[in-house]
Design a protein around this ligand. Structure first.
Ligand SMILES: [Mg+2]
Length: 293
């Protein structure tokens, strides 16, 4: 019987990068001579079960093929384990990979996965689920995905402002944000955002220097009263001056409790979750090990 390697691939089979999964298999088998642990899923929601199987089978290095939604499902399962994740940025939005300097180039991403440096990074956790890039409420999760696609089409900042306008929450709602046990914000808010990395799309920074290894979660509240102010806020964010915007308050936290006056949709890493009146967010220091350049 063929020997099993401790390298696994968990692939979102509808995502595309380079020459696809066949090229991935070729690149990996050029260097690995034992049988690969290989699972493909039709949607990222199916990934955690396969990740657990791969871990049971002895996987130590797990290549994740997909975008931020796929990476989120995988880090949520891998958090706290001793497995190392390698990212093959095959999604529409690959913000976690981009922030870590992993290019959308299959051969290079594979090389980084096999021979790069292992870096231990923080994750955020919101209502019981880990995230790698950002989470929050009061905006449409698709905003991030669409903005990223826009950036790739060279529309950049304009696309971001435009999608923000299209997905604006109807009305700012009474919101209370408690940071590490102290009320930090109380008033009408359009959007509450938690960031683990700084660049949210196409070089646009929501948080000027959020770092995924400083043991802190960056927290921002937008209080824009209408779509025009929201656009101005996004315009400032686009210029990398978000912390100086009159419409955005920013701080750092270990844990954050948010209460909305009405049920509000929350999202993480570009994926929508459910309506809730409460968000509990925290930083999970050193939760995941990732191969980086
Ligand atoms: Mg941080």
């Amino acid at each position: 019987m063929a020997k099993r390697s401790d390298v696994a691939v968990i692939a979102h089979r509808r995502k595309v990068l380079g020459g696809g999964l066949d090229e991935l298999r070729k690149l990996l088998t050029d260097e690995i001579h034992d049988e690969l642990i290989w699972y493909e899923v039709p949607k990222s929601r199916k990934a955690p079960k396969k990740i657990r199987k791969a871990l049971d089978e002895g996987a130590k290095l797990i290549f994740v093929w997909g975008g931020d939604g796929m990476v989120q499902r995988c880090v949520d399962t891998l958090a706290g384990t001793d497995a190392t994740m390698a990212i093959l940025p095959a999604g529409t939005a690959n913000l976690f990979a981009t922030n870590l300097g992993i290019p959308e180039d299959l051969a290079e991403a594979v090389r980084i996965g096999l021979h790069g440096t292992s870096r231990t990074l923080d994750l955020g956790k919101i209502n019981g689920e880990h995230f790698a890039v950002m989470a929050g409420a009061g905006f449409d999760g698709h905003l991030i995905k669409e903005a990223d696609r826009g950036a790739k089409e060279q529309l950049g900042r304009l696309a971001y402002v435009w999608t923000g306008l299209r997905h604006i929450q109807d009305d700012p709602a009474p919101t209370r944000v408690v940071v590490d046990g102290t009320t930090w914000f109380e008033g009408d808010a359009s959007c509450v955002l938690f960031g683990n990395v700084s660049t949210i799309t196409g070089g646009i920074k929501a948080f000027d220097d959020a770092k995924p290894d400083d043991g802190w979660l960056d927290v921002g509240v937008a209080t824009s009263q209408n779509a025009i102010e929201w656009a101005r806020t996004l315009g400032r964010m686009a210029l990398g001056r978000s912390d100086r915007s009159p419409f955005v308050q920013i701080t750092r936290a270990k844990r954050v409790d948010v209460r909305f006056s009405q049920p509000t949709l929350y999202e993480l890493d570009g994926g929508d979750r459910s309506m809730t009146r409460k968000l509990k967010a925290k930083v999970v220091p050193g939760a995941i090990t990732v191969r980086v350049p």
